[in-house]
Design a binder for this molecule. Structure first.
Ligand code: URA
Length: 211
């Protein structure tokens, strides 16, 4: 179900690719490739409301006012490290995007995010900002990252993920009701360790072959 706060991308290609990613025997190389492909399909939805202007151009036949993206270049912000798996695909689609990084790791006891890095593009307040992280689990990291980005001036944000847990969606909606979420799936629940069920395991480990 999609609402103004949540876009669930149910496209069959996205769903098929995601199911392969979920399988525990899918190797990292295929996992990364599928993530790259899905990231582009999700980015297509996440950028649906970008503002257009027109530019006078000449085709081989005539002149026309052709639609072009308006305003400042979009900013993509990856929540390290798993967010990086979504970056390359989206950059292929939007090569002029500026890129930022928020380094947060999850304290495995408290499940609270701890910040270790922050670097954002300039003029954040004038750019559409897409924050990317494959897993919206507790929502703690995404809420913390968006807090930091808002403090740095960001006003027009959206959050793109592969999987979302109902707990994370609720937390985001409470903390940042102005930030729409774009996801390929809304799973059942979080387990006691904060993992999404049925999920796909640790996205960073699946991507990079670590444990
Ligand atoms: N982060 C992951 O990588 N996987 C989960 O299931 C939850 C958080």
């Amino acid at each position: 179900m999609s609402t103004p706060h949540l876009t669930h991308v149910t496209h069959p290609l996205v769903q098929h690719k995601l199911s392969i990613m979920r399988k525990s025997d899918t190797p990292s190389v295929q996992f990364r490739q599928l993530l790259r492909e899905i990231s582009q399909l999700l980015a297509y939805e996440a950028t649906r409301d970008l503002v257009l202007t027109t530019q006078r151009i000449e085709t081989p036949l005539t002149e026309m006012d052709a639609p072009m993206l308006a305003g400042k270049k979009l900013a993509l912000v990856s929540i390290l490290r798993a967010g990086n798996g979504l970056l390359d695909g989206i950059l292929e689609l939007i090569p002029s995007a500026r890129v930022g990084f928020v380094g947060l790791y999850r304290d495995e006891d408290t499940l609270e995010p701890v910040q270790y890095y922050f670097k954002a593009p300039d003029a954040l307040g004038t750019r559409p900002v897409i924050v990317v992280d494959p897993m919206l689990a507790t929502g703690n990291s995404s809420v913390a990252a968006i807090d930091l980005l808002k403090k740095a001036g960001a006003k027009n944000l959206r959050f793109l993920c592969l999987l979302a847990a109902p707990e994370g969606i609720a937390r985001m909606k409470e903390a940042h009701p102005d930030v729409p979420i774009i996801t390929a799936a809304v799973d059942s629940h979080l387990n006691d360790n904060g993992y999404i069920v049925p999920g796909l395991g640790d996205a960073g480990d699946r991507m990079f072959g670590t444990k």
